[in-house]
Design a protein around this ligand. Structure first.
Ligand code: MG
Length: 399
């Protein structure tokens, strides 16, 4: 039977890889819905190639342009826009799986809409899980749907957990490439945007690449793993593994460690989420162990990468604090990419926001949204304070 899917965030790097897999599995899967933020040019080419039933784009004016374009090209795709459009796409009647690959907490409402409409969710949007993880997982259980990991590490953990009881997990070993600055021993405050965007193993979007450089990505992933697999944060251990061959491991109470290995290629976890519980052949290159020679593992340096500390702190305190941390991080990363603040300011902004937050313990969705927007405002004020004393543009690196 044909599996019908929607991809929220089809213009991003994960979205492109999902579509790459879909185009190789035409007899198995059909794209019914595509949603992008603003990349109208790419969306047009995706419409031409995949002929989806419906698409959504961020702004209303872009939606108007698309409608005209569809008319003159005799394309029957329905066009939606904005947050409403995302929710519409997340709930298309014939779709059984929604890929949530929007970046940032803006993806949360559509994830919730998909779950309520009883769609399985393949989640690449880690910010949603960090922001309101227990809310999402409870809702998924109530609606009897699966939340499947797309992140390579979480797909690995998922594969290592097959059939075992949660209570038998001693710890999860979450691997990290270490990012571009794992061995860097110069002044971190002078790290430029260009240096930070140059990731050694993975080609990804800008936000996640900066998160990989500060190791905040690993912090967010530790929280994501704790939520997805129902394991407390102190049972999640980060291991630096520069080769990115072991994608994560699970240690059981008897001391047995199960690992998942493959060449680093995001198409593998994406395909597994798509075909689970089946496995089908893929174009991912087989591992050649003799050629690899050695696999290295190191302890992460929490002092060099304070974002890791902040993530564990936020996860331990729980409730609204992970949402606050993640939102402050989004604001700080955007300011760094904009050259308004230094690399080292990211952790400072996140830290100050986290420590200033008054945790709220009620589990209402609006509480998480309120925490998120409070954190953005607070972090933005900190950004403005910093950028007032530091001239904008490249010249800040001279200070
Ligand atoms: Mg990852």
């Amino acid at each position: 039977m044909m599996k019908k899917i929607t991809i929220l965030g089809s213009s991003g790097s994960i979205g492109a890889q999902i579509l790459d897999i879909v185009s190789k599995m035409k007899n198995y899967v059909r794209v019914e819905g595509l949603a992008v933020g603003s990349n109208i040019k790419l969306l047009k080419s995706q419409i031409k190639k995949f002929r989806p039933l419906a698409v959504s784009i961020g702004s209303q004016s872009d939606a108007q342009i698309l409608k005209q374009w569809c008319k003159s090209n005799d394309v029957k795709t329905n066009i939606y826009s904005g947050e409403e459009g995302l929710e519409k796409l997340a709930t298309l009647p014939d779709v059984s799986m929604v890929f949530a690959s929007v970046v940032g907490s803006v993806g949360l409402r559509s994830v919730i809409a998909a779950i309520k409409a009883k769609k399985d969710v393949a989640i690449a949007n880690k910010e949603s899980l960090v922001m309101a993880g227990s809310f999402i997982m409870n809702l998924a259980e109530e609606n009897g749907i699966s939340v499947l990991p797309v992140d390579s590490e979480h797909s690995a953990i998922f594969q290592c957990c097959g059939g075992e009881k949660k209570s038998q997990i001693k710890k999860i070993l979450l691997t990290a490439s270490g990012g571009p600055f794992y061995k860097y021993n110069k002044d971190f405050s002078k790290i430029t945007v260009e240096q930070a965007l140059d990731h050694p193993t993975w080609k990804m979007g800008k936000k996640i690449t900066i998160d990989s450089a500060t190791l905040m990505n690993k912090g967010l992933e530790a929280i994501e793993a704790s939520i997805l697999f129902g394991v407390p944060i102190d049972k999640i251990e980060i291991v630096i593994h520069p080769q990115s061959i072991v994608h994560s491991m699970v240690e059981y109470v008897d001391g047995s460690v199960v690992a998942q290995l493959s060449n680093p290629d995001m198409r593998l976890p994406i395909q597994y989420a798509l075909t689970y519980p089946e496995r089908v052949s893929s174009s991912v290159k087989s591992l050649n162990f003799a050629e690899i020679g050695k696999l290295e593992f190191y302890k992460p340096d929490f002092n060099k990468f304070p974002c890791l500390k902040l993530a564990y702190y936020a996860a331990k305190k729980g409730h609204t604090l992970p949402a606050v941390m993640s939102a402050a991080n989004e604001t700080a990363v955007a300011a760094f990419l904009n050259k308004e603040v230094k690399f080292t300011d990211i952790a400072k902004i996140v830290g100050k926001t986290v420590y200033a937050h008054k945790i709220s313990k009620d589990m209402l969705l609006n509480t998480f949204f309120a925490a998120d927007s409070w954190a953005r405002q607070y972090a933005k004020k900190l950004v403005n304070k910093i950028s007032l004393v530091v001239p904008k543009g490249d010249s800040i690196w001279a200070l």
